[in-house]
Design a protein around this ligand. Structure first.
Ligand SMILES: [Zn+2]
Ligand SMILES: [Zn+2]
Length: 244
């Protein structure tokens, strides 16, 4: 189904081609999955068979390696395949709560990152969407802002524009959970945070006051810089030991 280029993985041509058994296998896949998209549950869209391990990476034409997926959601999985550019935005923002791991992805890679702290989450149930956000966001038109649960708890508590009714997720959201997790939100928003959610959390501990709330956080909380400092200290110690 669909044109040939969509069958390819990430725009790379498939040299093996789709042989005789393919149509039968595709039908088997759709039947097993109840003729519904495994990412969003849609049963009224063009349904395709998606290779979990791409054929180009040696993934077999095998029922175990195939999942039924609608065309827009197929575009979500193949972000760089231009053949899906016209339909990708039609895919729901969140995958279904029951979606299998290989297709349980947010609509875009940006949607997997919290717009306040910048943390990336591969698990969609760790993310919520603020859906009626005042536009534009950083000069970009958008209808939603993604937030991790701790940041959502903080924004809900603080931001009068953001209400519980405007927070969406792909599972039952507990206001209590969001509120209780806000203490885990980073004290300062990321420098790239969208202005609507770029709020500071009051520090609670000495470490938060001395590190997380000061420019020291750029040094101490950054793994790369931490390793570089450790290496520098190790080097100095080594020099001292050698010169003794
Ligand atoms: Zn779908
Ligand atoms: Zn966050």
């Amino acid at each position: 189904m669909g044109n040939r280029s969509e069958r390819e993985t990430d725009g790379r041509p498939d040299e093996r081609g789709y042989g005789e058994g393919w149509e039968e296998l595709r039908q088997k896949t759709l039947r097993r999955d109840g003729y519904a998209c495994t990412r969003c549950g849609a049963d009224d869209r063009t349904l395709q068979a998606h290779h979990v391990v791409p054929r180009s990476a040696g993934g077999p034409d095998d029922l175990e390696n195939l999942l039924t997926i609608c065309r827009p959601c197929h575009g979500v999985i193949h972000q760089s395949n231009g053949a899906f550019d016209d339909v990708r935005d039609d895919a729901p923002l969140f995958p279904d709560r029951t979606a299998p791991a290989p297709v349980a992805r947010m609509r875009t890679p940006d949607d997997q990152c919290c717009s306040r702290c910048g943390t990336q989450h591969d698990d969609p149930t760790e993310l919520v969407a603020w859906t009626d956000v005042p536009t534009p966001v950083n000069g970009r038109e958008t209808d939603h802002l993604m937030l991790c649960k701790p940041c959502a708890g903080l924004v809900l508590e603080r931001d009068l524009d953001c209400t519980r009714g405007a927070i969406a997720a792909n599972h039952r959201l507990s206001t209590h959970e969001l509120a209780s997790r806000r203490v885990n939100a980073p004290v300062r928003p990321s420098v790239f945070a969208s202005q609507q959610v770029a709020i500071r959390r009051e520090p609670r501990t000495v470490r938060e006051r001395l590190v997380d709330d000061t420019p020291l956080r750029f040094v101490v909380n950054h793994a790369g810089i931490r390793w570089a400092m450790l290496a520098a200290v190790g080097y100095v110690v080594l020099i001292l030991v050698v010169s003794l």
